[in-house]
Design a binder for this molecule. Structure first.
Ligand code: GN1
Ligand code: MG
Length: 365
């Protein structure tokens, strides 16, 4: 698909070569992402993203985080003898040296090199793939273990603060902006019944029993880049939410998305459950990389984190449905409600499998 932009990306970002075309990548729920291909000495592609400034209000802070984190990772990977351009994103400054471009309508655009000969996946194709994804996110956390989290801007405050997410859901239900509260009574009740559990990790954190790490916070399978030849996980993308957080958030969100037997927006709830083999596959890869640096308490919280991230994501979808779909991109009016239902069905299934998840993690202690 050809796409026109309100500026010439090649000129703004100093990209060399003849422009061959642009393709809209549709997976993200927040930003607009395009792949632009150019022919120079050889063919190369650049990812151009229009950042959702309704979601990310502090764009300078956001881009400052991304440049700081990727520059830190690139140095570290280079010290370790890795292939810097394949194992970490290379963000491209504008020709003027800025971290992003603001167009005449106020739209904010950023660019990074597309990793050659690579692919991403929306859906798991084998348990081995999921082990590889686990290694990628485990390694990401490990490489950032000494990064100063205090230097990061909190791009989305309270992002994984589940009690705050629950309060926001209740507020959305009360305001009833889209007139949808009555039709979602069952889902709102599901979230309310579990209210007592939402603060568990934050309490452990406040008591000093869980360390704060630098976390990715959006560890969906489709945020992992795989090598087109070997199938190995190369690096992780979508660094918008890299902030201080708990390891259980990163582990949990990956399980929520990747170890479900159904898509996030599957309409047939009976198809939704937790695949314990996939859970074990991810745990294997994640703990292989991150395990040695995690405390015993952190490891213990991983299964609970899977449940917490699932129910939290469900609450976020549901609140957005009640607010009239103002946050996540949706394809139909009930899209967010369908998504909330899959997340709650998955969380309910995880409640029945909590002991099994714990046994899998305990095997690594
Ligand atoms: C959003 O845009 P995407 O797909 O990377 C959201 C995540 C949710 C996810 C649910 C900044 O991520 O937190 O878990 O949708 N990102 C933001 O699919 O809110
Ligand atoms: Mg994202």
């Amino acid at each position: 698909m050809n796409q026109s932009f309100p500026f010439d990306p090649a000129q703004i970002f100093g990209i060399a070569g003849e422009f061959l075309g642009a393709k809209l990548l549709t997976a993200g729920h927040i930003n607009r992402t395009y792949k632009l291909t150019y022919r120079g000495a050889n063919e190369h592609s650049v990812v151009l993203q229009r950042v959702n400034t309704a979601v990310f209000r502090n764009i300078d802070g956001l881009m400052g985080n991304i440049f700081a984190v990727t520059e830190y990772l690139r140095k570290k990977i280079s010290t370790l003898g890795g292939d810097v351009d394949r194992e970490c994103l290379r963000f491209i400054r504008t020709a003027d040296g800025a971290l992003y471009h603001r167009d005449t309508d106020g739209g904010c655009w950023r660019a990074y090199g597309f990793v050659a000969n690579s692919y991403t996946l929306q859906k798991i194709d084998s348990s081995e793939t999921f082990t590889r994804a686990g290694r990628a996110f485990g390694r990401f956390g490990k490489l950032l273990a000494d990064f100063d989290g205090a230097s990061l801007t909190e791009t989305l405050p309270d992002f994984h603060n589940t009690p705050v997410r629950f309060a926001q859901l209740q507020e959305s239900a009360r305001c009833n902006a889209a007139g949808r509260t009555d039709g979602a009574a069952q889902e709102i009740a599901f979230a309310a019944e579990r209210d007592g559990q939402y603060g568990r990790l934050l309490t452990l954190q406040a008591e000093g029993k869980l360390p704060v790490r630098v976390t990715h916070n959006d560890t969906k399978l489709n945020n992992v880049v795989f090598d087109g030849t070997t199938g190995d996980a190369l690096c992780v993308i979508d660094l918008d939410t890299v902030m201080p957080g708990l390891s259980a958030y990163d582990f949990g969100d990956a399980i929520r998305y990747g170890a479900s037997t159904a898509a996030e927006d599957e309409r047939d709830i009976s198809k939704v459950s937790l695949d314990l083999d996939l859970f074990a596959a991810y745990a294997e890869g994640y703990l292989e990389e991150a395990g040695p640096s995690l405390t015993a308490t952190e490891k213990e919280t991983l299964p609970f984190g899977a449940w917490l991230m699932t129910i939290e994501c469900g609450m976020r979808f549901l609140a957005d449905y009640l607010n009239g779909d103002v946050y996540f991109h949706t394809d139909c009016p009930e899209h967010n409600l369908v998504r909330a239902r899959t997340q709650f069905a998955l969380a309910a299934n995880m409640e029945r499998k909590m002991r099994d998840m714990e046994a899998i993690i305990n095997a690594y202690n």
